[in-house]
Design a binder for this molecule. Sequence first.
Ligand SMILES: O=C(O)CCC(=O)C(=O)O
Length: 286
Amino acid sequence: MVVLSDEQKTFFETQGYLLVENAVSEEQLAGLRRQFADWVEESKAHDEAYGETIDGRARFDLEPGHSADKPALRRINAPTDISEDYYQVMRDSKMTDCVAELIGPNIKYHHSKVNSKLPGAATVVKWHQDFPFTPHSNDDLITALLMVDEVTADNGPLQIVPGSHKGEIHDLWHNGVFTGAVDDAVTSYCLDNAVTCTGKAGSLCLMHTRLLHGSAPNLSTRPRTLFITVYSAEDAVPCSPNPVPNRHQGEVVRGELSGHIRSTAFDIPMPQMPQAASFFDQQAQA
Ligand SMILES: O=C(O)CCC(=O)C(=O)O
């Protein structure tokens, strides 16, 4: 089934992102929401990061100040490993179809996470590009950000810089320190050119891996939950360990395993990535 028009595909190619409404069925969305509510409930019994991913790191990450009264669950690593609802949406939904039409036909799963900003959460994601965190032999990678809640201008929406996927890969090291974020000059350029990605629950932002993006704190009384999934073309081979190791990485979710490796990325100057506990740790330590 064709899900994207030629105009939408051209928009993605030139702008590096695309917003799509109703990217999952009502039933799938209800499943994601129900599961997330259960996880928030469970987090109330904890006061530090807990659970375990396949490499032994914490699965559930809590924001400083988290409590049973004011839960601040901010990250779930590899939710597809522990939830059939999340696995099925990653594996077989309109979201998967959209990705296949943009960088397919053969598509592989790389990793996923849930980024949550509960009301009043201070979490900020500084401006960066995703490719340096997941370098591959070519850059046919898409980060699919599915809005599990409605995303508005004031609940910590994703912001992107249209067309920035055609530019350089920016350094994330500054004064000898890995910050996980671009420098002040690039940040200021991003703020001047930012587009805010809002939408009702079930909407999807598809983002090219080189697109500059970030997001602000949640200043509202409503939660902002994103299910974030990274897919690659099947012929893109990872050049570094998976930042969120998981049980299903490398699974072909659309098309077939061709066995080909397509290499176009080796001439892209790529800042070296240290392996740290989590993306938030990397940005926070800087
Ligand atoms: O949660 C967000 O708003 C954006 C997340 C993001 O950019 C990332 O995790 O790379």
